[in-house]
Design a protein around this ligand. Structure first.
Ligand SMILES: [Zn+2]
Length: 132
């Protein structure tokens, strides 16, 4: 007879042929973990947030290298072309009474359609850092 192993700890199973776990502990450990799998919706949102961040990061370093550091502006049109979705952001921060929406460490403030101000702010450090 073919040997069967516990799905959780890979212990050899004895007894009933339809057994999947060596113990109740292994059964619940397995199901708890399976139940904790990331839902498709969370994956979609995570993907867009990371995509948004990557777009900001790239624009930030491109523009930052060609313009003055305090003039990190892009247009809505430009940022959308890359696939940026404005609805998705991780948190908000206010600097000098201006609210910035962040995708992780890169943030923006929509001044108007033509001017979206980009900043970088690492929560692990303090202050606004405009230098990539
Ligand atoms: Zn087990």
């Amino acid at each position: 007879m073919e040997k069967k192993y516990c799905l959780e700890c890979e212990e050899t199973l004895k007894g009933r042929i339809d057994k999947k776990f060596c113990s109740d502990n292994c059964r619940s450990a397995f199901h708890n973990r399976e139940g904790g799998k990331i839902s498709p919706m969370v994956k979609v949102i995570d993907h867009q947030l990371k995509k948004n961040r990557e777009i900001l990061r790239q624009l930030f370093s491109q523009i930052g290298s060609t313009r003055e550091n305090n003039e990190l502006f892009v247009s809505s049109e430009e940022i959308r072309i890359y696939g940026f979705v404005f609805d998705f952001y991780t948190h908000k921060r206010v600097f000098d009474r201006v609210e910035y929406l962040f995708c992780y460490d890169y943030g923006y403030n929509k001044v108007d359609e033509e001017r979206i101000h980009l900043i970088k702010h690492d929560l692990l450090n303090r202050g606004v850092d405009n230098i990539a």
